[in-house]
Design a protein around this ligand. Structure first.
Ligand SMILES: Cc1cc2nc3c(=O)[nH]c(=O)nc-3n(C[C@H](O)[C@H](O)[C@H](O)COP(=O)(O)OP(=O)(O)OC[C@H]3O[C@@H](n4cnc5c(N)ncnc54)[C@H](O)[C@@H]3O)c2cc1C
Length: 309
């Protein structure tokens, strides 16, 4: 029987672990298939407070994990495969292994949708990005390609015009899905060039370890071409990792967990933190902030329900 189980070991889960451990709750963190979360997929992080020269994403995660361990947090490898939140203690299953816990913090994050190209995977964090807010600053005076045609792509493209000298938006259709106002802003912007009816078929050049261009295919004519570029931003949406909680935790229409009064979910004793509940900001510092909230809320819940050790 645990006081607190935390599902997820990204910034949200690890911050929750630091706070819960310092509150003597002896938390157990289930690390999941992407141990350390999204920051392990990137290189330099320049916007996390406290690191004036920036910090490598994996290093930041390692420091957070060490800090949590320092205060007694425990870690378990593997994925949670099923939860039963219908009664307390809650049941958390990892294959054949079953855990019981008085409080649960869900910090399962969100995954950026990718094009599914091998070269894209190889260059993720090395010129391929899924976060314009995070990485736009690295492309001052450079050329970038944005893939997508919805509001995310429009927002990212417009944001990138602050830095890049040329933003090429590659969209597989001949019209945008973005809202009318975003469409107008994007189409009126002289730095943005639209490439219609086109898909990216390969990112160049994994051999050089950096993005030098993209191979494009016009879906109408079948014509192929290469566009030189310094960076590729994939802006085709995110998917929250919340499938596990369907039918048990309240979600919005696209699967993000709904919280109220801080980090509380609709089930008393279950708290949500990080990108799994945030489709707006999706930053390391906001994930860490809500991780802190979830641990404090869990601690108070346990104190009020007198189950804490
Ligand atoms: C390439 C890239 C660059 C980025 N750069 C920056 C940046 O410079 N600055 C910035 O502020 N933000 C950046 N971000 C965003 C930042 O990484 C995220 O906002 C942050 O990681 C969210 O933290 P999280 O803990 O909510 O989720 P995540 O980091 O997504 O972690 C989710 C965790 O949940 C676990 N998990 C999922 N399902 C299960 C399951 N069933 N069982 C057990 N565990 C599970 C995963 O293994 C993982 O450990 C970047 C993101 C990417 C992808």
């Amino acid at each position: 029987m645990r006081n607190v189980v935390i599902i997820g070991s990204g910034c949200a889960g690890l911050t929750a672990a630091i706070y819960a451990a310092r509150a003597n709750l002896n938390p157990l963190v289930v690390r999941g298939h992407e141990a350390g979360g999204q920051l392990t997929l990137t290189t330099l992080v320049e916007n996390y407070p406290g690191f004036p020269k920036g910090v490598q994403g994996p290093e930041l995660i390692e420091l957070m994990q060490k800090q949590a361990q320092e205060f007694g947090a425990e870690f378990l490898e593997g994925d949670v495969t099923r939860v039963d939140l219908s009664k307390r203690p809650f049941t958390v299953e990892m294959g054949k292994e079953t855990l019981q816990t008085q409080a649960l913090i869900v910090a399962t994050g969100a995954s950026a949708m990718l094009l599914g190209l091998e070269s894209e995977r190889q260059l993720l964090g090395h010129g391929v990005s899924t976060c314009a807010t995070c990485d736009g600053y690295f492309y001052r005076g450079k050329d970038v390609v944005v893939v997508g045609g919805g509001d995310t792509a429009a927002e990212d493209a417009l944001f990138l015009t602050r830095y890049a000298k040329q933003v090429n938006v590659v969209h597989r259709r001949d019209e945008l899905r973005a809202s009318k106002i975003m469409q107008k802003r994007m189409l009126d912007n002289k730095v943005i060039d639209m490439v219609w009816n086109t898909v990216v078929t390969e990112v160049l050049d994994p051999g050089k370890g950096e993005v030098t261009g993209v191979r494009l295919k016009n879906v109408e004519t079948g014509e192929e071409s290469v566009k030189e570029t310094d960076g590729l931003f994939i802006a085709i949406g995110h998917s929250p990792n919340t499938e596990l909680f369907k039918g048990q935790l309240e979600m919005n229409d696209v699967g993000y967990l709904v919280t109220h009064d801080g980090s509380r979910t609709n089930v008393p004793g279950v708290f949500a933190a990080g990108d799994c509940r945030d489709h707006v900001y999706r930053q390391a510092v906001t994930a860490a902030g809500t991780g802190c909230m979830a641990a404090i809320d869990a601690e108070r819940f346990l104190a009020e329900n007198s189950h804490a050790k």
